[in-house]
Design a protein around this ligand. Structure first.
Ligand SMILES: *Cc1c(COP(=O)(O)O)cnc(C)c1O
Length: 399
């Protein structure tokens, strides 16, 4: 470890609350590659946890940020700003839901807005407030979204959590039926569970959730924070199915690396959150919105939805090769460029072995290695990355 890395890590350990335990100090990025403070390159198959979908420092995103920063970085929502206004219209258009948008600053905050909207509507529609969410789901780290996240590691020690959540089993429609009662107002799910293990919803399940919501007059909320913005090959992962949610949330990849969240509704729920019921000082920040417009432009002009499918297929095939080769590698799952490799080993150790080869990856629970590469991945990058994965797996699982 260089002196520079050591120096920064020492300050980090002394000064930051230990909510993470990183060991690499990153300084810059271009495309799918990031560099540490000693200029050592890594392929970033985390995309900064699903954020840098158009790659690091895409010139169009950089230009949009620079120009908007020079013009005005913030105005508050007491006034209109053009980038956020145009972005809202664009998100509504891409969604095809014909509704409206509320902007905030993170995924958790977007989910909070969805939960608040559901409660607001439920309070006027039968006094209902309970939201059904799913085991192995993930919705964020605020108190309400922690209560919505039915995973012990996320909830332990934070009691009392907000009430009003009931848990069901993902891909098990009978368990959803069992969780619904006369207080239920909404069902909230990821179309592909990210943190919980990279598990896509089955057609049957997501159709079943939609049918149940229609039958019981419930709001169907899809959390697109990780799977959205093209990662699975459609703008929003729910568009890969034959369903339309009432509400969905976006964040991670929305604004090309700047913090931004959005709640998008259909027409029915477009005017539930009215002043002064909900707000955000920074929501719809013009610099973030300008970056998001540039991200959408890049996804469209570079054909990145199709690329997510094409590169996702190649990566999946390569990973399947490792499943066939090693007994300890059990399964590949996911969609597009949101892929998980299920291992009969500690996923964290696999991620460390990959990092030693120069490839950054994520875990998704104790036994899943998660790959979320930028959608701008080229075939040559993919081949090099697959060689690194091959070497790392051979080190760990080879004869
Ligand atoms: C990351 C994530 C969140 C939380 O987003 P933050 O921006 O970290 O608050 C919520 N839902 C899903 C599906 C996520 O992957």
């Amino acid at each position: 470890m260089s002196n520079k890395t050591q120096e920064i890590l020492d300050i980090y350990k002394a000064s930051l609350m230990p909510t993470y335990a990183p060991s690499v100090v990153l300084a810059s990025g271009k495309g799918v590659t990031v560099r540490d403070v000693d200029n050592r390159p890594f392929y970033d198959f985390t995309s900064g946890i699903g954020v840098q979908s158009v790659g690091y420092s895409h010139p169009k995103v950089v230009k949009a940020i620079q120009e908007q920063a020079a013009a005005m970085t913030h105005s508050s929502n007491l006034f209109v700003n053009e980038p956020a206004t145009r972005l809202a219209a664009k998100l509504v258009e891409l969604s095809g839901l014909g509704g409206k948008v509320f902007f905030c600053n993170s995924g958790a905050e977007a989910n909070e807005a969805a939960i608040k909207l559901a409660r607001k509507w439920g309070s006027a529609n039968g006094g209902r407030y309970e939201v059904v969410t799913f085991r192995q789901g993930f919705h964020g780290r605020t108190l309400a979204t922690v209560a919505a996240t039915a995973q012990a590691w996320c909830q332990e020690g934070f009691d009392p959590l907000p009430v009003g959540f009931a848990y069901a089993d993902y891909n098990d429609i009978e368990s959803v039926k069992a969780a619904i009662n006369d207080k239920t107002v909404a069902v909230m799910l990821e179309a592909v569970q990210g943190e919980g293990g990279v598990t896509p919803a089955t057609e049957e399940f997501i159709n079943g959730v939609r049918a149940l919501c229609d039958e019981k007059n419930l709001i169907m909320i899809v959390d697109e924070v990780q799977a959205g913005m093209g990662r699975t090959g459609t703008w929003f992962a729910w568009q890969g199915y034959d369903v339309k949610p009432d509400l969905f949330t976006c964040a991670k990849a929305l604004a090309g690396g700047l913090p931004m969240g959005a709640l998008v509704s259909n027409a029915k729920f477009a005017d539930v959150l009215v002043a002064p019921s909900h707000a955000s000082t920074f929501g719809g920040n013009p610099v973030a919105a300008a970056a998001a417009l540039a991200v959408i432009d890049v996804i469209e002009s570079e054909g990145l939805l199709a690329k997510a499918v094409e590169m996702g297929t190649l990566l999946r095939e390569a990973l399947q090769g490792f499943v066939d080769k090693y007994d300890k590698i059990l399964e590949v799952r996911g969609k597009g460029l949101m892929l998980g490799l299920v291992v009969d080993a500690d996923a964290k150790e696999v991620v460390e072995a990959l990092q030693a080869q120069g490839l950054l990856a994520l875990t998704a629970g104790p036994h899943v290695v998660r790959f979320l590469p930028p959608l701008v991945l080229k075939e040559s990058d993919l081949e090099e990355a697959v060689d690194m994965i091959s070497d790392a797996l051979d080190c760990m699982f080879g004869e």
